[in-house]
Design a binder for this molecule. Structure first.
Ligand SMILES: Cc1cc2nc3c(=O)[nH]c(=O)nc-3n(C[C@H](O)[C@H](O)[C@H](O)COP(=O)(O)OP(=O)(O)OC[C@H]3O[C@@H](n4cnc5c(N)ncnc54)[C@H](O)[C@@H]3O)c2cc1C
Length: 493
């Protein structure tokens, strides 16, 4: 019996390897010497395919760690010639279930291209950086900061910078400078037919529109030419932060207060709040509310802390931190809990205009119900970054469809990935929480593409205005007629 099983396994492996052909002869000579090819069953292969969410498993017959744009072109051309699919990856943090549709074919590991260069060039807004397609957000922040610059990057060190940027790119500095996509000067992109092009407002402007918000559908980005900013004032140097913990009874007055911040006509660019609902039985038998409030600048204004202090918090901790420290404060530094791979993870984004205390109460009660089998360590993310810079940009000028929103809410479930029951349970709670967040708002579901779980409609992810999807479908026909980039929130043509 064992012999038969081993034989079947062996035959399957041979068949699958045959699909990608003889890489050592067909592809290796076309790659730079530093590029590497990994095959299944080797530690390097296993290491490269490890992802943030253990329930997301695109399966590869081989992985090519590319080191240059020419390597990317050669790999795409080879995959096309073999008629096998290919998928670029970088930080491995994409968690859309649509990635599980990738079965067999070649993984293109971008981590061999992670150089970040602060250039001597300047635009009218300030200096620019050249960021290779395989850099992680933390690497970009570190290099820019060390050179005296600040920028919009993801609020998490371990995510791929390009992946974040292709979908929009939320971050701590967006109040001042807009989304990451609003800071892209140009992209270098390898298309499905393996040609490499520059994409900017002046060169292939139709694709420039699509890459900024729906970018995973059109090509492999080898380099981003990116706007950064000189740090010239004390406010550029960091954030005064307060971390409040409230017990559940503060929920209604707290979110009513936070709504006054969201609705304020002159909402400050410096003010971000970021809440989390989670179970901490040592503090309370019901989920608690952790509220992080960031003020960009050296001192936290009492105008914003006094009303919070008046709500009788369980605890409050004050701090001052730079941009990298802001990521660490939310547990999203490289060693932080949010970067830990190996867990089952599911996230269900809902874009909102303001808080509904009644809906949040329903959500808090749902989190109180989570069974104590590991799932109960999950968290409800309630992100309300400053949006001034985001709203200054014409909503029609990029494919990002959610500029009207103020809030990125998302239950994020963490659990033992080998437990199918927990996987199904997380999904059912995710659906209930999402429904609860939208109840009575009159809003249709808007789901930030980079947080999407994979069961959303194209409209929910790319916008309900018919012209947006029409334009994206047109770009798809022009730049990816065979649908080679179809594994991450695919635009249906
Ligand atoms: C812990 C955590 C924190 C996060 N924080 C933020 C945040 O602060 N702000 C925010 O906006 N989002 C955030 N996100 C969401 C994040 O933007 C997405 O998960 C994004 O897809 C991560 O990119 P990646 O390279 O790490 O993932 P991957 O899984 O490697 O890639 C995701 C998708 O992007 C494609 N891709 C990757 N690199 C390239 C490239 N060079 N060219 C073309 N396509 C490419 C892949 O093919 C895949 O389809 C966070 C996610 C997690 C898990």
């Amino acid at each position: 019996m064992l012999a038969a099983v081993l034989k079947a396994f062996f035959l399957a492996a041979v068949a699958s390897a045959a699909a990608v052909g003889d890489l050592s002869k067909g592809l290796r000579p076309k790659l730079a010497q530093a590029a590497e090819i990994y095959t299944p069953g080797t530690p390097a292969f296993d290491d490269a395919k490890t992802r943030w969410a253990a329930n997301i498993n695109p399966t590869f017959d081989a992985i090519v760690k590319v080191t240059s744009e020419a390597d990317v072109q050669a790999t795409v051309a080879y995959a096309n010639a073999q008629n096998v699919p290919f998928l670029a990856f970088n930080g491995g943090h994409g968690f859309s279930k649509t990635l599980n549709n990738f079965k067999g074919g070649i993984g293109i590991n971008m981590r061999g291209m992670k150089k970040v260069t602060i250039s001597n060039e300047r635009t009218s807004k300030g200096p620019v950086a050249y960021i290779q397609g395989g850099a992680k957000s933390g690497e970009v922040i570190g290099t820019a900061w060390a050179a005296g610059k600040t920028l919009v990057a993801g609020a998490c060190d371990c995510t791929g910078f390009t992946g974040v940027t292709l979908g929009g790119g939320h971050g701590w500095m967006q109040g001042q400078y807009g989304l990451a996509i609003d800071n892209v000067v140009s992209y270098r992109v390898v298309l499905a037919n393996s040609t490499a092009i520059t994409v900017s407002a002046a060169s292939n402007p139709d694709l420039f529109w699509g890459l900024r918000g729906a970018g995973h559908n059109f090509g492999i980005v080898t380099q981003v030419h990116y706007q950064v900013y000189d740090r010239t004032t004390p406010a550029d140097e960091g954030f005064s932060t307060k971390v409040y913990i409230f017990t559940h009874d503060a929920l209604e007055p707290l979110f009513t207060l936070l709504n006054t911040w969201l609705r304020a006509e002159s909402r400050p660019v410096e003010l971000t709040h970021f809440g989390v609902l989670l179970n901490i039985p040592a503090i309370s038998p019901k989920p608690i509310i952790q509220l992080l409030v960031f003020w960009q600048g050296p001192s936290f204004p009492r105008k914003y802390s006094d009303p919070l202090d008046a709500l009788n918090p369980y605890s409050v901790t004050s701090n001052y931190t730079d941009l990298a420290g802001a990521n660490a404060l939310v547990g999203s530094n490289l060693d932080g809990p949010n970067c830990a791979p190996g867990f089952g993870r599911q996230t269900f984004p809902v874009d909102l205009v303001e808080w509904s205390p009644a809906n949040l109460r329903t959500v808090l009660n749902l989190f109180a119900e989570l069974p104590g089998t590991g799932l109960d360590t999950s968290a409800m993310l309630l992100e309300a970054y400053a949006v001034n810079g985001v709203k200054l940009v014409d909503a029609a000028s990029t494919a990002f469809p959610l500029r009207h929103g103020n809030i990125l809410a998302a239950p994020t479930f963490t659990y033992d990935a080998s437990n199918a029951t927990q996987d199904a349970l997380a999904y059912s709670y995710g659906k209930k929480v999402r429904e609860a967040m939208l109840a009575g708002t009159g809003q249709k579901l808007g789901a930030y593409v980079n947080y999407a779980i994979g069961d959303e409609s194209n409209e929910a992810v790319y916008g309900y205005e018919e012209w947006r999807l029409e334009r994206l479908r047109g770009l798809k026909k022009k730049y990816d007629p065979q649908g080679r980039f179809g594994f991450f929130e695919r635009i249906e043509v």
